[in-house]
Design a protein. Structure first.
Length: 507
């Protein structure tokens, strides 16, 4: 399995295990899989899809190989990267005696020349063709819009509809689409592992409904209990402008929104349903669109979202781990450190630390955080609206607003790596400790490794605000933990995130 840290892959591992399969996951950063609930039930090996030796090693003894990675957003040469990775995968699968390759790609419109497709769809179609032309029998599944809690398509639909009661939209809202529930995608992926060797082809997969995007928004409004939306399509919004528009309104960044929008320019409807001959129907029946929406919304409201579109690393985001400290020898490493004694138990302090971000906020100067998030969106970054996968718990690899969890030691420490656009690399560390006299102490450290002269200038430009932002954060986190202890002692219950500290402006 490749792509186990992504939206589909993280769920597929669980379903393959339930079906009785032994699973090996290949990941560039195996530590990102460490905290998944299935991590102890799979083999995890380190490797990159573009590294022939790593792929060969991961393939040894494998019966079925799932290819769920995509180089979109890694640069202008992403199509060549996709092509090279797919060829390596197909070649090493053959050398290892793999029985089948399974690939999830995009549904392409019939009769449209490949050169007219978006780079996103064109690359996915080419990857599928690489596998079908290779010596290993392949199952290439082609899906359009995937509806499920946390999927990029669902989040885009959700936020556009909820935030805009009236909207001027791109003309592609009138394009016909055949969405599919994530449950049904997983059913097809799991079933593909058992296909006989003579099956070597692509399959279109979709749900029972064919809708325009405008109809999808109106159905979402009805299912979510919203008023009917006024939608006015206009032809002047190009895919680039559409991506910027989506990035402005939704948590999905423009770098991801643009290929999603480009993929909706052409009609994407299944031309056949042959997949059912080999994998049967999902339990009960294919899930209708409205039912898929209801299930996704229920999981969001109950905070039971297993994976999100942001589970995978954001394209182009920095991925360098924190330099070894104090052995760092790569140049300047600026830092801002804070330490406070906390009138609370270490457990209460940790609950505040682990619950930071998302709807809970960052405990200091909310306006400054909001402005920084908007600035990041303006230059094509992820901004501050990705939120959290889970309201209370974090795991390595989780996205957290414009941070990502790089390391977590439950009950003790949390390290976040910045994914905002910066002239350098940045981290934020928070820890709950007990000193030699049994007192609870909060430690906080912000680190910045500048890139070039601009990086040094950036640090010194924002340094005067650190006392307000980072100092206020430390004091308000300590205060919030103390208030949570006081509420608990008074018998009101552990209302850790219902306190004044969340909305404080510092001090």
């Amino acid at each position: 399995m490749t792509g186990a840290s992504g939206y589909i892959g993280g769920r597929l591992v669980r379903e393959l295990l339930r079906a009785g399969h032994l699973v090996r996951c290949m990941a560039r950063s195996p530590e990102k899989l460490r905290d998944h609930p299935w991590a102890e039930d799979v083999q995890i090996v380190r490797g990159d899809a573009t590294d022939p030796e790593a792929v060969a090693a991961a393939m040894r003894g494998v019966d079925v190989a799932y290819y769920l990675v995509h180089a979109l957003g890694t640069g202008s040469a992403f199509e060549e990267t996709d092509r090279r990775a797919a060829r390596i995968f197909a070649e090493k699968a053959h050398e290892a005696g793999v029985r089948r390759i399974v690939y999830l790609g995009g549904l392409t419109p019939p009769g449209v020349p490949e050169e007219s497709l978006s780079p996103h769809l064109r690359s996915r179609a080419e990857v599928g063709r690489v596998f079908l032309d290779g010596p290993v029998p392949a199952t290439v599944l082609r899906a359009a819009v995937v509806i499920g809690s946390g999927s990029a398509s669902f989040e885009m639909l959700r936020y556009l509809t909820e935030r805009l009661p009236a909207m001027v939209t791109p003309s592609w809202v009138n394009t016909r689409i055949q969405p599919i529930a994530v449950r049904d995608v997983l059913h097809c992926l799991v079933g593909s592992a058992s296909m006989p060797p003579e099956v070597d082809r692509a399959f279109d997969i979709g749900g029972p409904d064919v809708l325009t995007y405008k109809e999808m928004m109106r159905r979402y409004a009805r299912v979510a209990g919203l008023r009917k939306r006024l939608i006015v399509p206009v032809p002047v919004l190009t895919p680039r402008l559409s991506g910027l528009w989506i990035g402005l309104v939704t948590p999905v960044p423009s770098a991801l929104a643009r290929p999603l929008a480009e993929s909706l320019r052409h009609e994407v409807v299944c031309r056949e349903t042959d997949i059912t001959r080999w994998v049967g129907y999902p339990p009960g029946r294919p899930m209708p669109f409205d039912e898929a929406l209801e299930l996704a919304l229920r999981r969001v409201r109950e905070a039971r979202v297993d994976t999100r579109w942001s589970s995978a690393a954001y394209p182009g985001a920095p991925s360098d781990p924190l330099p070894t400290d104090p052995d760092w020898a790569g140049g300047s490493l600026y830092h801002d450190e804070r330490e406070l004694e906390v009138e609370a138990s270490r457990e209460s302090l940790w609950r505040v630390i682990e619950g930071i971000g998302g709807e809970h906020g960052w405990y200091s100067f909310p306006l400054a955080w909001a402005v920084r998030g908007r600035m990041d969106r303006f230059v094509g970054g992820v901004g501050l609206r990705r939120g959290r996968r889970d309201a209370e718990r974090l795991r390595v690899g989780d996205s957290l607003d414009f941070w990502r969890v790089e390391e977590i030691e439950p009950g003790r420490s949390l390290r976040l790596r910045a994914e905002m656009r910066l002239p350098g690399l940045a981290w934020l560390e928070m820890s709950a400790e007990t000193d030699g006299e049994g007192r609870t102490r909060y430690r906080q450290r912000a680190l910045f490794h500048p890139r070039g002269l601009l990086g040094h200038a950036y640090w010194w430009a924002v340094a005067p605000f650190h006392a307000i932002v980072f100092g206020g954060m430390a004091r308000n986190i300590a205060r919030a933990a103390a208030e949570a202890d006081a509420w608990r002692d008074s018998g009101d219950g552990p209302r850790v995130h219902d306190r004044p500290g969340d909305r404080s402006t510092g001090g």
